[in-house]
Design a protein around this ligand. Structure first.
Ligand code: SAM
Length: 260
């Protein structure tokens, strides 16, 4: 289990649809901030140790890095310990941002900037970062997306706004790292929209249940991949209850939809 929560009671909402409510993530008096105010650390999916070998293949210490939706994850601290000192973290929750700022200052990570910002409207100039990373944050946009083969237009609009912003703030040859349970046949049609110049590759990590580690490199798209928009046939994942029982039900819900 990848969590070190201090509280003894549940901090999740009563319904998964709350994750779609902007208030869940951002309202100072609402559920999400209440969760952040009570919870010191929750690592969505796996912690850094599980994908460190993958990230290290792509990141150099002098890179500037933007993390989307940092929550109260320790990813930025772990990256800092590995030499990535030029980091900016954003989150839509003011409470999460304030707590992260205090925590990082108290631990001496004063170079890491933490800002309240919306990943659908990134407040950075073009070509600002060598790396943009997200872990479990893009997945929030897929809650209540409907048929995973054919997500609702509102979902697609949000995902595209996010991806367009990420593409815009990446430097030439910069990389977007997306860590998710979202399988390639659902993610590739979005990542490989015609407007994007990045190449799309992925690895998996995890024991029984595999998570996906996508690497999108700006300006490296092959002509061949532009034609490749059809669905890819991949055997459905088989889920083990042991693997999922400790994950938040936002992810169980999506996985159940996939298996229907
Ligand atoms: C599923 S949690 C993942 C947290 C963290 N990345 C981790 O791996 O533990 C999603 C995070 O994204 C943040 N978030 C949701 N929507 C956002 C948005 N539009 N812009 C920025 N952050 C957002 C939430 O406040 C929350 O901290």
């Amino acid at each position: 289990m990848d969590r070190t929560q201090n509280q003894t009671t549940s901090v999740g909402p009563s319904t998964v649809l709350a994750y779609l409510d902007p208030n869940y993530w951002s309202h100072p008096f609402y559920y999400r901030d209440e969760r952040f105010s009570r919870e010191e650390h929750y690592e969505w999916f796996k912690d850094y140790s599980h994908f460190r070998h993958l990230i290290q293949q792509h990141i150099k210490p002098y890179y500037s890095l933007l993390e989307l939706g940092c929550g109260n994850s320790q990813l930025c601290e772990e990256l800092y310990k590995d030499g990535i000192t030029q980091q900016t973290c954003i989150d839509i929750s003011a409470v999460a941002v304030e707590k992260m700022q205090k925590k990082l200052l108290s631990k001496g990570y004063k170079d890491i900037k933490v800002l309240e910002a919306d990943m659908l409207d990134l407040p950075f100039t073009n070509e600002s970062f060598d790396v943009v990373v997200e872990k479990g944050t893009m997945d929030v946009l897929f809650v209540d997306s409907g048929d995973p083969w054919n997500p609702r237009p509102a979902t697609v609009d949000k995902v595209m706004a996010m991806l367009q912003g990420v593409h815009r703030v990446l430097k030439p040859d910069g990389i977007f790292i997306s860590i998710t349970f979202g399988q390639p046949h659902f993610r590739r049609p979005l990542f490989e929209a015609p407007e994007f110049t990045w190449s799309v590759e992925w690895s998996t990590f995890g024991d029984t249940f595999h998570y996906f580690f996508y690497i999108l490199r700006k300006g490296r798209r092959s002509l061949d991949s532009r034609k490749h928009t059809e669905r890819i046939a991949i055997a459905p994942i088989s889920l083990l209850q042991d693997e999922l029982e400790n994950e938040d039900y936002i992810f169980r819900t999506n996985i159940d939809e996939i298996n229907m």
